[in-house]
Design a protein around this ligand. Sequence first.
Ligand code: ACM
Length: 535
Amino acid sequence: MKNYRHTIIIMTLVTLAFLFFTPTTVTGSYSKTTNIIPIPVSVEHRDGFFVFRPSVRVIAEKDAETEASKLIDILAPAMGYRLKLASKARPKAKAIKLALDEQLLHLGDEGYILDVSAEQILIRAKQTAGLFYGIQSLLQLLPASIFSKTEVNDINWKVPCLKITDYPRFQWRSLLVDPARHFIPVNDVKKFLNGMAMLKFNRLQMHLTDNIGWRIEIKKYPNLTKLASNRDRSGGKGGFYTQEEIRELVRYAEKRHITIVPEIEMPFHAGAAINAYPYIGINPARVEGMPLDKQWAALGGLLAPRPETVGFMQDVLAEVIELFGSRFIHIGGDEANLKLWENDPEMQTQMKQLGCNDAHELHSWFIKQMDTFLTENNRRLLGWDEILQGGLAPGATVMSWRGIQGGITAANAGHDVVMAPTSHTYFDYYQSSPENEPLAIGGLIPLEKVYQYDPIPKAITPEKAIHVLGVQGQLWGEYISTRKHLEYMAYPRAIALAEIGWSKKQLKNYGNFVTRLRHHLKRLQAMGINYRQLD
Ligand code: ACM
């Protein structure tokens, strides 16, 4: 009897162990996972490994060749050899195959299937972006030193056999950088894009203009860069991107399936533009003869929404549209001190003429002029949530930063929104107690707080949740003046945000995330990207 009971217990244990360790989809379970960040939708584990050797061929038909070449380029420095690209596999030879397949509709435009057996690695997707993301996951199955820029010896490059099916939760997975406050050189932006690509981010918002500086060449208004670009927040040297450099950055980002979203601030945060062209500011006569760097402050950095100002900003947008492929153009719209308009006789007359009841309505009128212009040019206006005040422009998408209410209101009204609240996504805030951190703007957003964020608030009705395009993390630049410091503020918090933007909500688990995060930090180390150490 006793023996019999033992047998039953042992059999039960064996059965449980079998269930536990048998290859299964990991959805909702962490018994065995990869170190991939963001965590994929599903992973089926199998026995064995695919081992890399110089004889492995990368097989791609024409439409997948570009992505295949990127894989070869990334692997080469650490492996010390370049895999050969071919359009057909040789019999019995090991291969990595990349293929586009229009049938894979359920994967969407960014999803992929990564299938690893001992003989072959197969990445399939509906679009090239999916192939690119499949490659990112494949790289994360290799040791972290695959990201090294120099050859790594004494290592067995192999990946476990498995099948991953993966696609993003949100279409907008973004970070914001702020070269207006402290200029960010082209090469630093490129390096930042490299770090984003491996996390499957697909947008970088660039805050190109503010009171303190104007960072993008506009041919029609040369004073913007001649007079308004040569300072930064710390009083150091400023700078600006020529149109050629902008094109180069846009191309560099596109190769990584990242769209650069330009932000041109109006009607506030426009001091640098007013500096260069005082006629677009309120009451320009008041500052005649004043030193340039005093003018914008004296005018409050606020544009006057006269017809010539509208024309000026539309001219600027016309050149911006030519340079950026992004369908969304961000026009700022935040923090305007509307008292300056209310108290200004010229603006009072303007409000009467336009039939505006108050300054909010004048603000809204101004934004609508930009919305109409962008819509006519087949682009979409994006603005901070203040653009809701006084009536939202018909085509506008709202970026909710002053908490989540702007996003809720806009989504429930049928407008698209991007969630970027100060509560969870301001990575210029402190990551731990200020006494332990370099000087920051204020606030406190530790890593775990970022990880707990869910971009879809309960107050958005289920049928309207589709309007939440995704999330964005903000790296405002007032206190960030070097690349290393930018990276320190971004990582590891942006890694948590990447998982929020990509992974299924049910798969989120902080403990499991931190385990994978430790591996990701090794990858950053191999790439020479700075980060804040974990506590
Ligand atoms: C903002 O932080 N003013 C959008």
